[in-house]
Design a protein around this ligand. Sequence first.
Ligand SMILES: *[C@@H]1O[C@H](CO)[C@@H](O)[C@H](O)[C@H]1NC(C)=O
Ligand SMILES: *[C@@H]1O[C@H](CO)[C@@H](O)[C@H](O)[C@H]1NC(C)=O
Ligand SMILES: *[C@@H]1O[C@H](CO)[C@@H](O)[C@H](O)[C@H]1NC(C)=O
Ligand SMILES: *[C@@H]1O[C@H](CO)[C@@H](O)[C@H](O)[C@H]1NC(C)=O
Length: 366
Amino acid sequence: MRLLAFLAAAGAVLSTVNGQTIADLIKANPNMTEIAKLIPANPAWSQPGPNKTLFAPTDAAVRAAYPGGIATAPAPQLINPTTYKRYDVVSDTAGTISAVYDNYQEPPAVEVHLRTGTNEAIGRAGDVTSNAGGVLVGLDGILNPNLSPVATANTTTQTTISLWAMTVQQAGIATYVNSLKESTFYVPTNAAITEVASTLATLSQNQIAAILLYHIIPQRVNSVDLPSDNNVTTVLGAPYSIRLRYGGEGTSTINDATLGIPGDIETTGGPIQIINKVLLPNGGVPPTAIQLPAGVFAAASTTAAASSSATSAASRTAAATTGAASATTASAASSTSPAAAKPGAASRVIAGSSLLGLIAAAALAL
Ligand SMILES: *[C@@H]1O[C@H](CO)[C@@H](O)[C@H](O)[C@H]1NC(C)=O
Ligand SMILES: *[C@@H]1O[C@H](CO)[C@@H](O)[C@H](O)[C@H]1NC(C)=O
Ligand SMILES: *[C@@H]1O[C@H](CO)[C@@H](O)[C@H](O)[C@H]1NC(C)=O
Ligand SMILES: *[C@@H]1O[C@H](CO)[C@@H](O)[C@H](O)[C@H]1NC(C)=O
């Protein structure tokens, strides 16, 4: 369901108001008096269209979140949503929201669903007005600003992908992953990660980081824009590419994994797309000495060993840490080594077995 069809259907029931701009629509709408207070601060709303669409919370939505009215709302929340070219919200360049139309219903119950990585707001036909300048869609909620990829995966209520967040964190690459922009994150479900937990437990930090980076491509690919068949080099670098194949809803694939629903979970780095399998770089476990992109462990100490062998990893019983400052309780790896004593070093010597323990514990707790 594309926005075009939504708006065409909404046109059957919307009330047309005189005027040429989005600001005129706001002023004429009795449900948008809170948003009307923002007109002076948003000159673009007063410029003639055509073909602009403004998605904005209704008075009821604003007051539910801010009983004191929009003047008491923190500034970043007011950007949501901003002005979009008509029919083109899916690829919004600011990357602040994405739109889904999966609960589309026939008029008069027409709906458009917009969501960030952590919440959703719905515009219904009764709250849609238009004029020559564009379309105003009143939303029943206030969209949250997007979070980083790791924080989004950790908190999204749309599906359970928190183990990916934990694994990225434990591999010591969260800062790097969160620094990526205009990328696409193919994130395996918790079930998929649990399935390979015993394999991950035998790998070094380098190998685990390589596998995680193999799931990210340095370009935004929304689910509707998936190519029919294309191989795209991943953040891990050449020759490591993944094969994207559009097959329609529920049957598109990334290598041999199926792309799940929902898709397009927005983050500050681009969309998270859910997949049902962990992908192995070009089909196999990466070599221990695999070259990783520069700065991938940027937030961690540079003195710690970049990789640990399978044997030593397996022999460790270090409690994995969630923060750079936490200490390990390694029994085999001597915690008196200078590297381990430094803040940040702990996350570098994470052992596969501790990762396994964490994943297993987290999986049980779900
Ligand atoms: C506005 O949208 C209409 C309908 O899709 C299209 O025919 C027209 O070319 C658009 N105008 C501009 C300036 O984009
Ligand atoms: C204002 O809100 C009411 C109640 O939700 C709705 O029935 C009506 O259509 C809205 N009016 C406009 C112009 O959006
Ligand atoms: C995930 O959320 C929990 C609960 O808020 C928090 O304790 C944990 O540190 C978060 N993990 C990551 C990787 O962000
Ligand atoms: C992508 O790579 C696979 C495996 O190497 C190959 O079979 C396929 O033809 C490639 N597809 C494209 C579009 O290049």
